[in-house]
Design a protein around this ligand. Structure first.
Ligand code: C2E
Ligand code: CA
Ligand code: CA
Length: 732
């Protein structure tokens, strides 16, 4: 018997109840735990997502406690390479990482922000230093998350973004943009629909385009291309495949130039896809380039002074004419025109006058010719005249004759009256030559012959001329070899005085033994002059003579050697020194050397010749004017040049006893020489009559076969020879 509250039933009920209560509590606890875990998981996931999102945009979070003076962030560790630094970091230490150029502004703005009531959003762009020293650009934004009672911010949180790459891209874009706008070429960018997207400054300027893009105004550019080019242009654009490029030349009309040569380059830009997104059109103005090209072409083909075709263009024209002549069975004539004595004109009147003379000649030639003739300038004072479509050689003669006559006319330039003439050589295609080179060469050869047979004339090319020239070329080479092999030798011809019956000196006459044949100095001296060998040949001969004649010099201190000097040689600047050197080496005085010069020496460059002769005279040499009387200005030279002796030319001596005029000339020359205090020698004396006449007028110094022919040194210095010569003198 239990009390009802203590009955087993009641106790069981109590237990059951307690168990139920405990179960409910446990169950509630469990479901709360579950919710918490779920929420936690969700938060974690969302945080991860945020972080992922932030990371992928190169961003992260930060937080600043203003009062506690710290900043918390992942950036230092994850992005800036400061592995050992804690997440929570002293704010001042953080500021030390800011780029010096940005720091002032950042701190200034920051100070303003945190001392501002109800401040909202913070943002800043600046650079931070990476642990490796590089600078990275960041853009930070943040919000106030806590304020004090007065409403001033105490805590901020936000996001940072690494914008280094964007900055670099933006900078590059800015530079490219600037370049694009400044570039001289005209740039035009069209979109895929061919609508203008952008143009650069010079494009806008050239086509007066005000706003960009401007479809309407672009039409102006297209219109400037002209209808045909416009259609082509559009077709090309449309046909371009992605990433393809097209280039071409065109003409365009602009404000300043009705026909601008341009170069167009079009590129179809396709970013990553296979669809064209833009067309970049680059247009280069070729005006300057074309002008320069034309100028170059002109310079390469025309002579700037006379505006005539130059050597190379003439060559082309001649070749062309030859081809034409072949097809039409016609003739081509080539005239090689060389001015006579142009150099003295240049030297005495100056190059300006020389230039004007060339222009004047060009003008006169051109005004005589018809459209079948072309004049070109070959070089200095040489011209070529090409005559095409000639039907007979006869019709040419008249032209050539009147041309030489015209060119021989006196011209007045700058008040100077100038006498000039031309030597003309003519060669005909196909008679005289097969090729252009040959035609020019043969015309040149004919010209040289015209010149040789006394200037101011013309000569038609003949095969014989060609042979002579070839012969000359052969000799030229042989001469060079002979010089090297020392194959020259000296002959000497005595000069005697018929009154004192003494040998006064000898003239040196050079000899060349070539292939068992003696070549005349009249032949090889001009070649030696042309090839530039004459100086060394003369020096060689002089050295030889001083050695050969040493006994004669020793026996008679007044005995002299007469040396022929070539005009070319006289104009060489170190002539005096060279001669003195050779004489010194042989202990011979300058008075024992006579230098024979001819008048043409003095013709070529009068001033220089006068200076040289004076220098020779000052050095103590005696100067002798050879072949006197044959040149037309001998008399005037005598007063202008320091001459000591004249040698009456053998052509006068030869005619003694046959031509009384001739005798008067000799008399006059002798009187003149006496009056001018000059010494006289007669050369080419062959007969006793000649000697008697010369003696009668007082000319006692004689040279000629009558007394002695030129002979070798060996014979000359032999006693027997000298004895014979003296005996001959006694009996004369
Ligand atoms: P040139 O200076 O008038 O020499 C005189 C020429 O007349 C020599 O001819 C000589 O042999 C020749 N002759 C001499 N007496 C008589 C004579 O009685 N009757 C005839 N008919 N002729 C006579 P060569 O040796 O043939 O020389 C010809 C020219 O070559 C020389 O004329 C001279 O201008 C030049 N020459 C010769 N040797 C040299 C030289 O070493 N240097 C230079 N620059 N020219 C030279
Ligand atoms: Ca001579
Ligand atoms: Ca002579």
């Amino acid at each position: 018997a239990y009390a009802p509250w203590r009955s087993p039933l009641a106790i069981s009920l109590y237990l059951l109840l307690t168990f139920l209560v405990l179960f409910v509590i446990f169950w509630q606890y469990r479901s709360r735990q579950r919710i918490i875990k779920h929420t936690h998981d969700e938060i974690l996931q969302s945080q991860q997502q945020t972080e992922l999102a932030l990371n992928s945009s190169k961003s992260g979070v930060w937080e600043v406690d203003i009062a506690a003076h710290w900043i918390k962030q992942q950036r230092l560790k994850h992005e800036l390479g400061y592995k050992t630094l804690p997440q929570k970091f002293n704010f001042d230490d953080f500021c030390a990482l800011i780029h010096p150029d940005d720091k002032r502004k950042v701190l200034h703005d920051w100070h303003l922000f945190i001392t501002q009531k109800n401040a909202q959003q913070w943002q800043v762009t600046y650079r931070l230093q990476h642990a490796n020293g590089n600078w990275l650009w960041y853009h930070d934004i943040g919000k106030v998350i806590e304020t004090n009672e007065q409403g001033y911010p105490t805590r901020l949180a936000g996001i940072y973004t690494n914008i280094t790459e964007q900055r670099a891209t933006a900078q590059q874009a800015a530079v490219l943009g600037e370049a694009f706008s400044q570039i001289n070429d005209w740039l035009l960018i069209l979109d895929s629909q061919l609508t203008p997207f952008s143009v650069n400054n010079s494009f806008a300027e050239a086509f007066s385009i005000q706003t960009i893009p401007a479809k309407l105004e672009l039409k102006r550019f297209l219109a400037a291309l002209g209808k045909k080019q416009y259609v082509d242009f559009i077709n090309i654009l449309k046909s371009l495949q992605p990433k393809q490029n097209w280039r071409g030349d065109a003409y365009i009309k602009t404000k300043i130039n009705p026909s601008h040569p341009i170069h167009i380059s079009i590129t179809a830009v396709a970013k990553d896809s296979n669809v064209v997104s833009y067309y970049v059109v680059v247009i280069s103005d070729l005006t300057e380039q074309k002008r320069a090209e034309n100028e170059l072409r002109y310079l390469a083909n025309y002579d700037p002074l006379t505006k005539l075709p130059n050597r190379s263009l003439m060559y082309q024209k001649i070749s062309h004419a030859i081809k034409d002549a072949d097809t039409h069975a016609s003739l081509v004539a080539l005239l090689f025109i060389d001015l006579d004595k142009f150099k003295p004109v240049n030297d005495s009147f100056g190059h300006a006058v020389g230039d004007q003379l060339l222009c004047d000649i060009t003008y006169r030639m051109n005004s005589m010719l018809d459209k079948n003739a072309i004049v070109g300038r070959q070089s200095g004072d040489e011209f070529l005249l090409l005559i095409k479509n000639l039907d007979s050689p006869q019709s040419l003669s008249n032209l050539v004759r009147s041309l030489t006559e015209e060119l021989a006319k006196r011209v007045v330039i700058n008040d100077f009256a100038i006498n000039i003439s031309a030597s003309v050589g003519v060669a005909l295609y196909p008679f005289d030559a097969d090729t252009t080179d040959e035609l020019i060469r043969n015309a040149d050869i004919a010209m040289m012959h015209a010149k040789q047979s006394g200037r101011n004339g013309f000569k038609f090319f003949t095969e014989q001329m060609n042979n002579q020239i070839t012969q000359k070329l052969l000799l030229e080479n042989a001469l060079k070899d002979a010089y090297k092999d020392d194959l020259f030798f000296n002959n000497y011809q005595p000069i005697v005085n018929n009154k004192s019956k003494k040998i006064k000196g000898v003239e040196l006459l050079m000899r060349w033994q070539h292939q068992a044949e003696l070549i005349s100095p009249a032949v090889f001296i001009p070649i030696a002059e042309e090839t530039g060998l004459i100086d060394v040949l003369t020096e060689q001969a002089l050295t030889r003579a001083l050695e050969d004649l040493a006994p004669l010099f020793k026996a008679n201190p007044r005995f002299y050697l007469s040396l022929n000097l070539s005009p070319v040689h006289i104009l060489k600047s170190n002539l005096t020194e060279r001669l003195l050197l050779i004489l010194n080496q042989h202990h011979i005085k300058p008075v024992q050397l006579r230098l024979e010069i001819t008048e043409n020496t003095l013709l070529d460059d009068k001033n220089k010749a006068a200076k040289q002769l004076q220098a020779l005279r000052n050095a103590g040499f005696k100067l002798l004017l050879d072949d006197f009387g044959t040149g037309y200005s001998s008399l005037t030279y005598l007063s202008q040049f320091p001459i000591d002796v004249i040698k009456i030319d053998q052509s006068f001596v030869r005619n003694i006893g046959q031509d009384s005029n001739n005798e008067s000339i000799i008399k006059t020359i002798h009187t003149l020489a006496e009056n001018l205090d000059l010494y006289c020698i007669a050369e080419g004396v062959e007969t006793i009559e000649q000697i008697r006449f010369l003696n009668s007028i007082g000319c006692d110094d004689l040279q000629g076969y009558y007394f002695a022919k030129p002979t070798t040194a060996e014979i000359l210095i032999s006693d027997a020879y000298i004895q014979a010569l003296l005996e001959k003198l006694q009996t004369t």
